[in-house]
Design a protein around this ligand. Structure first.
Ligand code: COA
Ligand code: AMP
Length: 242
């Protein structure tokens, strides 16, 4: 199979990223990825042969909750994380870091924080970059899109939801014990908490509209750090169905 990855920038700032794992139709996929960003001044498309692809039968099961304000959502997120085995003190620390802006130099990171589930210490080797979950895709994207439309998902949410669910599903496969995320897109206030026991729980609002700060925290066991990073960055994963 081929790993096809696109990243686009505008004035030096990352504005769009997407990827596919494909057996054929390379040209069609490249065209699709090329069309994804609305506006950019530079784009890189990488095409790489992958030898081994693992299949994950099902994505994490999905639930959605809406709350009246950010504080109530965050309280619920703490409760969800406790069901993933993350202590309250550690969950609150993660939320505070995301609220402040996870990049120590200010603003957003380029990947996720890896947090020691026992101590709350940040373990990612570079705190401006973080670690990215890459090399995953849906086996049949059209089918997943159809199913999500049938479940009533609005077009605005569809692509980013599919991407985020693929990331969260791969994370669990790689040994991430729990995850909390909200987007850095100022218009997108729905975030999620995920882990093996609760699945993928969408929570709204995780931040106020207009706020450009977001991020991801992955809770991990320190002893497993290297193995988890290697899996997140290197293993190719195809998800069969919703
Ligand atoms: N955010 C910010 N900057 C990013 C970035 C991101 N998500 N992805 C890449 N970049 C920029 C960074 O400057 C990066 O340098 P760094 O490694 O020092 O941070 C540089 O581009 C090169 O990144 P690299 O990791 O080599 O890119 P890649 O060719 O492997 O592509 C993407 C990675 C773009 C595909 C991935 O980051 C992404 O955004 N994937 C989409 C996620 C997704 O939703 N996938 C699900 C599909 S089902
Ligand atoms: P997004 O949901 O795309 O708005 O991303 C929110 C935050 O998650 C970004 O600011 C990054 O810090 C981080 N992030 C983006 N892409 C990835 C990825 N592929 N893996 C891990 N973290 C990511």
């Amino acid at each position: 199979m081929w790993s096809v990855r696109m990243r686009a920038q505008k004035m030096g700032v990352h504005v769009s990223g997407a990827e596919r794992l494909v057996e054929k139709d390379l040209e069609k996929v490249i065209r699709e990825l090329y069309r994804r960003p609305k506006d950019f001044d530079s784009m890189v498309i990488t095409i790489e042969k992958v030898d081994a692809v693992e299949v994950v039968k099902r994505a994490l099961p999905v639930q959605s909750y809406d709350f009246k304000d950010v504080d109530t959502s965050h309280q619920f997120a703490v409760e969800l994380l406790s069901r993933c085995g993350v202590r309250e003190e550690i969950a609150r620390r993660a939320i505070e870091i995301l609220k402040m802006g996870p990049n120590p130099k200010g603003g957003n990171m380029r990947g996720a924080i890896l947090m020691d589930v026992e101590t709350g210490e940040r373990l990612e080797p570079d705190q401006e970059r973080g670690i990215r979950t890459v090399r995953m895709d849906w086996k049949d994207r059209k089918q997943v899109e159809r199913e999500l439309r049938k479940r009533g998902m609005k077009p605005f949410y569809l692509k980013r939801f599919m991407d985020a669910l693929a990331i969260a599903t791969k994370n669990v496969y790689c040994g991430v014990l729990g995850e909390i995320c909200w987007s850095d897109d100022p218009d997108y206030t729905t975030g999620y908490v995920s882990c093996k026991s609760i699945g993928y729980v969408r929570v709204k609002p995780m931040k106020d509209k207009g706020n450009p700060i977001g991020g991801r925290v992955y809770f991990v066991r320190r002893e497993a750090l290297e193995e988890v990073i290697n899996c997140l960055e290197k293993k190719a994963i195809l998800i069969e169905e919703l």
